[in-house]
Design a protein. Structure first.
Length: 157
């Protein structure tokens, strides 16, 4: 928490930055729907307040930007009523992992998450997000799992 001074008045800023780490594993249910788990830890830089839990994750493809960028939204739900919703996440293909009959079916992805549109309990009052998920997406026969490692920050009031 920072201290702000303005015209002789001193106030304390309530904003807290949290370092976020975690892992995500999902399965492709349809061509636009992924369902799986998210394990996330967020630690406040100033207060040390910690959130750490494993929850469910539902991802929906909402559009595309060009040939290599997919837009997504995600709903993450955890125990004790903690949840958040992201919008306009950008997943960019940065490489190909595997082929079936000369057709790519597994990809290296870098996903940017910078808009948390809704949150409850711990995730309430998030004012900014700057997270990156790096991993793979696969729709190859016998390998329908997507794996990501997530890092970054969230700021909440």
């Amino acid at each position: 928490m920072g201290v702000l001074s303005c015209s002789g008045f001193t106030t304390t800023s309530l904003a807290e930055v949290y370092d976020v780490t975690g892992e995500i594993i999902t399965e492709n249910i349809t061509s636009t729907l992924q369902i799986g788990t998210i394990e996330i830890t967020a630690i406040g830089r100033e207060t040390g307040e910690t959130f750490s839990d494993i929850g469910s994750l539902v991802g929906n493809i909402t559009g595309t930007e060009g040939m290599f960028t997919t837009l997504l939204s995600h709903v993450s739900r955890f125990s004790q009523g903690n949840s958040f919703v992201t919008q306009d996440d950008k997943a960019v293909i940065v490489g190909i992992n595997d082929y079936v009959d000369s057709v790519p079916c597994s990809f290296n992805i870098v996903e940017t998450i910078d808009k948390i549109s809704r949150g409850t309990r711990f995730f309430q009052n998030i004012t900014s997000a700057n997270m990156t998920a790096i991993g793979t997406v696969s729709n190859c026969p016998g390998n329908n799992e997507n794996h990501f490692v997530i890092t970054g920050t969230i700021t909440k009031d």
